[in-house]
Design a protein. Structure first.
Length: 173
């Protein structure tokens, strides 16, 4: 807690909420053999593939906000489980492209349904997944995520000229 705040700081609450939700998603996905981090990767990959993309590990790392080395580690474990394929990019031999296998698509669709149900329950205090309060909450979180860690750098929206709706469109749940 800060000296000027009578209660928990926003940072502490965000940290607590992130941990609570990560644990809830880990538990919900355990029967499918996925962790929250693996889910974030396969669900993002699923959405990107549906949009016609075959992303590189670097592109997927940028999309999810995970470190590239962590995405590489997750991709290797998901490949060993038969859920994704990793192939060298023919245009760049240093890059590895990712795609879901048939089994990976099946597991991912099931996982997305599980997480959507969980999110509906977790967001019930705001009115549920499709509620106006949830949309406002999402916009606020997006604004916080757009703040650069480099104090001299402009935000993502300032750099790209996008709106909150554009930056959250197709985002991983």
């Amino acid at each position: 807690m800060s000296k000027g705040s009578p209660g928990p700081t926003p940072g502490f609450l965000v940290w607590r909420l992130a941990n609570k939700w990560r644990v809830a998603v880990d538990r919900a996905l355990a029967p499918l053999g996925l962790t929250h981090a693996q889910y974030s990767l396969v669900a993002s990959l699923h959405g990107m593939q549906r949009a016609g993309e075959r992303p590189s590990q670097r592109r997927l790392a940028d999309h999810t906000g995970m470190e590239a080395l962590y995405v590489s580690k997750l991709a290797r474990s998901l490949e060993a489980a038969g859920l994704i394929e990793r192939v060298r990019d023919p245009r760049d031999p240093r890059a590895v492209q990712l795609s879901l296998t048939e089994e990976g698509r099946t597991v991912t669709r099931r996982a997305i349904a599980v997480v959507q149900d969980l999110l509906q329950r977790l967001l019930e205090p705001l009115g549920g997944l499709d509620a106006e309060r949830t949309r406002a909450f999402t916009a606020e979180l997006t604004a916080l995520l757009d703040v650069s860690l480099d104090p001299c750098a402009p935000s993502v929206r300032e750099q790209t000229g996008t709106t909150t709706d554009e930056t959250t469109q197709g985002a991983t749940p």
